[in-house]
Design a protein around this ligand. Sequence first.
Ligand code: 6CS
Ligand code: FE
Length: 310
Amino acid sequence: MKCINTAENYYDFYPSRTGTPAKTIERKDPVVYQFDKIGKYSLDEEQLRKFKTDGYIILRNYFPEHIIKILRNEFTSLCQNKTLHSRDEVVLEPDSNEVRSLFHLDNLSPIFKKISHCHQLLDIVMQILGGAVYLHQSRINIKPAYRGKSFSWHSDFETWHVEDGIPRMRTLSCSIFLTENNAFNGPLFVIPGSHHHYLPCPGNTPEKHYHQSLRKQIIGSPDIPQIDTILEETRIKGCFGSPGDMLIFDSNVLHGSPDNISNEPRTNLFLAYNSCENIPENPYCGLDRRPIFLANTNTEPLNPLSLYNS
Ligand code: 6CS
Ligand code: FE
C-alpha cells in the first residue's frame, strides 16, 4: 500500500482514489473510544450502544428555542454581510447563485465559536472520541427552498483522510437542526451500520478539488455496486426532526441528501471534531493541504465552556 507521508506512523490504512479498483476495507478503528460518562451531558450506555451499531444518533429537543434563535439570527446577519460573499468560505449552489454552505463559522463569529466549545457538545464528543478534541471543520449547509441541490452518497472520513490527511477514524460530526428537516426539504439520509465498512472511491483527486466538490461532489463518492452491497443488509434512514434536535454521526457513516424542491429552506449547523491523538499531516492524495476554512490547523485541545454564563 502506498504511503506518501513521511512520518513513521503515517501508513495509509484507508487508501482511496488510487486510480485502481479497490475492495471494501473493514473498519480498523473503534467507534466509541470511551463508555464512561465524563460530564453532565455525556451519553448513557444505551445511547452509546446505538451510536456504535448505527453510526449515528438523534437527540430530540437538545437545544432550547432561544439558543436556536440566536444561532439563526447570527447566521442571517453573517449572510447579509456582503464583504463575505467573495470569500472562499461561501460556497454557492451548482446552478444558481444562492448560498449552499458557509464554512469556518467559529472564525467568523464568537457566537458560533462559543457553541462549538460548549459542554452540551464536548461532554459527548470527548466521551465518544476518548479524550481531548479540536474542531476540524464548522459549516452551515443551507438547502434553499425550491433550488437546494443534493449531496451524493459519501463518507466524510474519506474526504478528510484523502484530502486533509486525517489518519484514523476518530472523528465525528454534530449537526444542530436550525429549521425543520422533513421528507420534503432535502433532509440528510444515512445508511445505518455503513460506518463499519470503508468504501475506497474511484478516480484520483484533482488539484484544488474543493472548488468543485463542495458544490457538487463526484470524486469522493463510492461506486454504486459497493453501496448496493451495504444496502443488502440495512435500509436508508431519513434524519427528520425539528429545530433544536441534534444529530451526531460518525465520520465514516455513508450519508447524502436529495434536492429541496419544497417551499421551505433546510438549514443545519455542522461541527466536526477530531481527536487530538489523530492529528493530520500531509494529505494521503499527495496534494497540498486544503485551506484552513475546511481543515483547521489549530489542533489545540478545546476546553468545554458553559453556554449560559457570560
Ligand atoms: O469536503 C468536505 O470537507 C465536506 N464535504 C462534504 C460533502 N461533507 C463534509 C464536508 O463538509
Ligand atoms: Fe458530509
